[in-house]
Write a protein that binds this ligand. Structure first.
Ligand SMILES: N[C@@H]1[C@@H](O)[C@H](O)[C@@H](COP(=O)(O)O)O[C@@H]1O
Length: 234
């Protein structure tokens, strides 16, 4: 696990941008994408550049259950606004929050088998969740439906008018699905991520209590942290 210390979100987003470009230049075809505030600046940098994803495929980590892709808080809508409208991919895949559970799990697993991820961008939740894999998720999990924890609902309610509007469930790639990516790039910015980063980088083996620790066994993980997120490990 390589840790890249940067001074700011801006510098970290620039580094992330460079790594994505490098992957593309080196022939990466499938990009695993994440939502949330963490990769926003990185996506902005991609949209401002001359990068061309028209031969590439994107697959996203997760989606809220019950929100159609046209809903402003859906992750599909987020990706369209932040990246896809400006930089279209040949195909962009996200879980479909409106599809029935079993059908959606099967459909998305087929997508992931068809398109193995070359480079996966990840953020991290306060409780160490990655994608929507909450503490207690099996380390060998694949795409599944998850009940969001109160901690995650609290963190995400800022995007909704009121807390009761936050969906209680999501479809998410599992921890084993994420581990299949050839390369993983986890970004964390801000003091509120310091605890989660400490839990991750001090872990010696994976534990279900802290989903991010599954990454300890991945051969190619880079973590980009700003000073605030690194404040408990430096
Ligand atoms: N499902 C997403 C995660 O993929 C994301 O990493 C996390 C952190 O979000 P933020 O980057 O806004 O802190 O939030 C959500 O729960």
């Amino acid at each position: 696990m390589e840790i890249l210390y940067v001074n700011s979100k801006e510098e970290g987003s620039q580094k992330g941008y460079e790594m994505i470009r490098e992957a593309l230049d080196n022939g990466a075809k499938v990009f695993g994408l994440a939502t949330g505030s963490t990769p926003e600046r990185l996506y902005e940098k991609l949209t401002e550049s001359d990068v061309d994803f028209s031969d590439a495929i994107s697959v996203n980590l997760d989606e809220y259950v019950g929100l159609p892709g046209t809903h402003e808080q859906s992750y599909r809508y987020f990706m369209e606004q932040k990246l896809f409208n400006q930089k279209p991919f040949k195909e962009s895949h996200l879980p479909d929050g409106m599809n029935e559970e079993q059908a959606e799990i099967e459909r998305y697993e087929a997508v992931l088998s068809k398109y193995p991820v070359d480079i996966q961008i990840l953020g991290i939740g306060h409780n160490g969740h990655i994608a929507f894999n909450e503490p207690g998720t099996a380390l060998d999990s694949h795409t599944h439906k998850v009940a969001l924890t109160q901690s995650t609902i609290n963190a995400n309610k800022r995007f909704f008018e009121k807390e009761s509007d936050v969906p209680g469930y999501a479809y998410t790639m599992g921890l084993a699905s994420i581990m299949k990516a050839k390369k993983i790039l986890l970004l964390a910015f801000g003091e509120d991520k310091a605890e989660a980063i400490k839990d991750l980088v001090t872990a010696t083996e994976p534990t279900e209590d802290i989903p991010s620790t599954v990454l300890v066994n991945h051969p190619d993980v880079t973590i980009i942290v700003d000073q605030a997120a690194a404040s408990l490990i430096k």
